[in-house]
Write a protein that binds this ligand. Structure first.
Ligand SMILES: *[C@@H]1O[C@H](CO)[C@@H](O)[C@H](O)[C@H]1NC(C)=O
Length: 272
């Protein structure tokens, strides 16, 4: 009798472990409804990694990015802040980060730097363009950019993707994707203020999104595309509160809305 109840206890322990394992293995973006991305859905995806020959590129992920022309990648500005031009590589057009289609940056410029050259007063923005040394082969697919105001987007579903950290500190080799819903600025401020326990202001250029019921970006998901109607509308920049500040179902994902970057994008993507 005693041994039977011990076996039962062990079985329950194993069952709990299996549930825990399963939970960990489906997350990357962390939360619900996260799946491995299909190649045909993200032909324009870019992985930004440290410049290494090592095949385990996923361990060296810096950020995710999007190809937006035959020679330009959009990402989050904070992804480039601590990097050197010769310190990173861009793995272009594959949902498998182990792909050997590697490219190198010629230069990069954040919207913030650009605004300072324009003698505009720069406000807090987190978008950068990375120009590749070599123009990609003619016909290489890149994402089309589309501009929508927040009012157009509230309540809409968007698709996001990234190679961000999995719960236990591991990184996926296949891109992960999920659907989130854009929420209003008021709802976003309310959620973030409640969690941070200090008043937070969400700027006009920031979009907030939540999962079903929740899905959060992690380190490495930054810079990833936000897709609406098959077009790129925003760049993922972080979460409120930040990824290392723990999990809470009310947390929000933050994205920079490209609508507010029209002139910067026009001038930078057309630069020689
Ligand atoms: C948004 O996505 C969720 C989860 O996939 C789905 O249940 C819901 O119906 C979608 N809403 C719209 C408006 O497409």
């Amino acid at each position: 009798m005693g041994s039977q109840s011990n076996i039962l206890k062990i079985c329950i322990a194993i069952l709990e472990l299996l549930i825990a394992c399963n939970f960990a293995s489906v997350d990357a973006w962390i939360g619900h409804g996260i799946t491995q991305a299909r190649q045909q859905d993200f032909p324009f995806i870019v992985a930004i990694t440290k410049r290494i020959e090592n095949i385990n590129a996923e361990r060296y992920i810096v950020c995710t990015g999007t190809l937006v022309s035959s020679q330009d990648v959009l990402t989050a500005a904070h992804c480039t802040n601590n990097e050197e031009l010769n310190g990173i590589q861009l793995i272009v057009g594959s949902v498998d980060i182990r792909s050997t289609n590697r490219h190198y940056p010629l230069w990069w410029i954040s919207q913030y730097q650009w605004a300072m050259y324009q003698l505009n007063y720069p406000y807090q923005t987190d978008v950068a363009v990375i120009r590749l040394i070599n123009r990609l082969e003619f016909g290489t697919p890149y994402a089309l950019i589309s501009f929508y105001t927040l009012e157009d987007l509230v309540g809409r579903n968007v698709t996001t993707a990234g190679w961000g950290e999995i719960q236990n500190g591991a990184y996926p080799s296949t891109l992960r994707t999920t659907t989130t819903r854009i929420i209003s600025r008021e709802e976003c401020q309310m959620r973030a203020t409640m969690l941070e326990q200090r008043s937070l202001r969400v700027e006009n250029n920031v979009l907030c999104s939540v999962g079903f019921p929740y899905a959060f970006m992690m380190t490495g998901d930054s810079g990833g595309p936000v897709i609406y109607n098959n077009e790129l509308i925003a760049i993922s920049t972080g979460t409120g509160p930040l990824p290392d500040q723990g999990m809470h179902p009310d947390k929000v994902n933050l994205h920079d809305n490209l609508y507010y970057y029209r002139r910067y994008l026009y001038e930078t993507l057309n630069a020689d």
